[in-house]
Design a protein around this ligand. Structure first.
Ligand SMILES: Nc1ncnc2c1ncn2[C@@H]1O[C@H](COP(=O)(O)OP(=O)(O)O)[C@@H](O)[C@H]1O
Ligand SMILES: [Mg+2]
Length: 245
């Protein structure tokens, strides 16, 4: 579903010169799989996800999503994905219901499908109490639920979520985790980034640990345990970063 091959991105700025934010990263994510990109701040998670979402051009390497290559067929790639970026990008003056309906129309969903899909997501994400409130009046968690619902609305084959639970309380994060599990069960391919260990351990079929733009290791929890000789993901993570717990 997602094939990433030797993807790199160099940024230049006057202070730090040219440096590789993403350095020769390769991995695959299959349908019905949740793949977690786990890394500290500045590791290159967002840069990787933005290249896959065709918002940023790679410096080298390639990737394809559902068979479409990111630089040759960006429009086709965009049709395959639901992308949740860190900044959510909601229209403050619209309500969640208006935003979802608008996005459904943009994605060519007819009125009946929009209505039933919106209803399902509002129930799943426990949004009933605020669907009619202007988004700029909502809490962070409510906004994030709205953004997640929008990302999943048109049932894209591939979900790319950049830190979907960042800054949320446990009940809200749990609701979003449930939505991710549901998408997986529906056969979607889910690639998401996080730095929350318990969540990655619970949600991910496989985890890729990224640091300094480099993919340090990829595997199931069992594979990561076997390779590092550590038990908990926190210990595995610190070990791969060359740090003691
Ligand atoms: N537009 C940009 N210009 C210059 N450097 C950038 C830009 N975007 C990201 N970076 C740098 O690339 C590195 C990786 O950033 P990012 O992908 O946002 O990491 P993460 O999402 O894992 O925290 C960081 O050193 C960051 O400062
Ligand atoms: Mg980031």
């Amino acid at each position: 579903m997602i094939h990433v091959e030797h993807l790199s991105k160099a940024f230049s700025d006057s202070k730090r010169g040219t440096r590789l934010a993403v350095d020769d990263v390769s991995f695959n994510v299959h349908a019905g799989e949740v793949f977690g990109l786990l890394g500290p701040n500045g590791a290159g998670k967002t840069t990787t996800l933005r290249m896959l979402a065709t918002l940023l051009k790679p410096s080298s390497g390639t990737a394809s999503l559902n068979g479409f290559e990111i630089t040759r067929e960006p429009e086709k790639v965009r049709e395959q994905i639901g992308f949740l970026s860190g900044d959510m990008g909601l229209y403050g003056r619209l309500t969640p219901l208006e935003i979802l309906d608008f996005f459904g129309k943009l994605n060519g969903m007819d009125a009946a499908r929009r209505a039933s899909r919106i209803q399902g997501l509002v129930t799943m994400l426990d949004m009933q109490s605020f669907t009619g409130t202007r988004t700029d009046k909502l809490s962070t968690g409510m906004k994030q639920k709205t953004a997640i619902a929008r990302t999943m609305l048109h049932e894209p084959a591939v979900l790319i979520l950049d830190e979907p639970t960042s800054g949320l309380d446990v009940p809200t994060a749990r609701t979003i985790e449930t939505a991710i599990v549901d998408a997986k069960k529906a056969g979607k391919c889910v690639l998401y980034s996080t730095h929350v260990m318990e969540e990655a351990e619970y949600l991910c079929d496989r985890i890729g640990v990224i640091s300094g733009g480099k993919m340090k290791m990829i595997g199931t929890m069992e594979e990561l345990r076997a390779a590092t000789g550590k038990q908990r993901l926190r210990e595995i993570f610190l070990d791969l970063l060359g740090l003691e717990d």
